[in-house]
Design a protein around this ligand. Structure first.
Ligand code: GTP
Ligand code: MG
Length: 137
């Protein structure tokens, strides 16, 4: 068994989709290890997405991710990282498969409802950004 990190993003929290999204995550076999609700500053969003600092959409992404509350979570399941990215679907919801979380709940390429870590290493780094060692035990 292993872990991934996710955040329900500001569009989906504001649209009232947190409940149905969490329901689908649990129905897919993921166990919630840690969960909270936070509103990032633009500076904090910039730190989280520092890996994208050179991308043309970086400023817009940081504005969006600090525009409202988000719900970060750490999830546990066999093959967690890969299976979770399948569950959420393609970055662009217009290209996401039927039944995926982004297809159902995202507004746009940027406001795409949910994040999923892209590797075990990044999952651990991203979890530590939001949660203490004690919260992850
Ligand atoms: P995450 O799970 O959120 O990391 O998404 P991803 O791995 O599918 O995409 P990526 O890491 O490449 O991009 C991070 C986030 O930046 C995306 O989830 C979108 O919110 C946003 N994003 C990605 N590409 C674009 C783009 O071309 N334009 C804009 N405006 N936003 C983008
Ligand atoms: Mg990514």
């Amino acid at each position: 068994t292993n872990r991934t990190f996710t955040m329900i993003k500001p569009d989906a929290v504001a649209d009232g989709f947190s409940g149905p999204i969490i329901q689908q995550i649990e129905a897919a076999g993921f166990k919630i290890i840690a969960i909270k609700k936070v509103h990032l500053s633009k500076e904090e969003a910039g730190k989280f997405y520092a890996i994208h600092a050179e991308r043309p959409f970086y400023q817009s992404l940081c504005d969006y991710m600090s525009s409202g509350a988000i719900i970060p979570m750490v999830l546990e399941k066999d093959n967690a990282v890969e299976d979770f990215r399948k569950l959420i679907g393609s970055t662009n919801p217009e290209q996401a498969a039927e039944g995926t979380i982004r297809k159902q709940f995202a507004r746009s390429l940027e406001s795409n409802a949910i994040h999923g870590s892209d590797s075990d290493e990044n999952a651990a780094i991203e979890a530590a950004f939001f949660f203490s060692e004690k919260e992850l035990a």
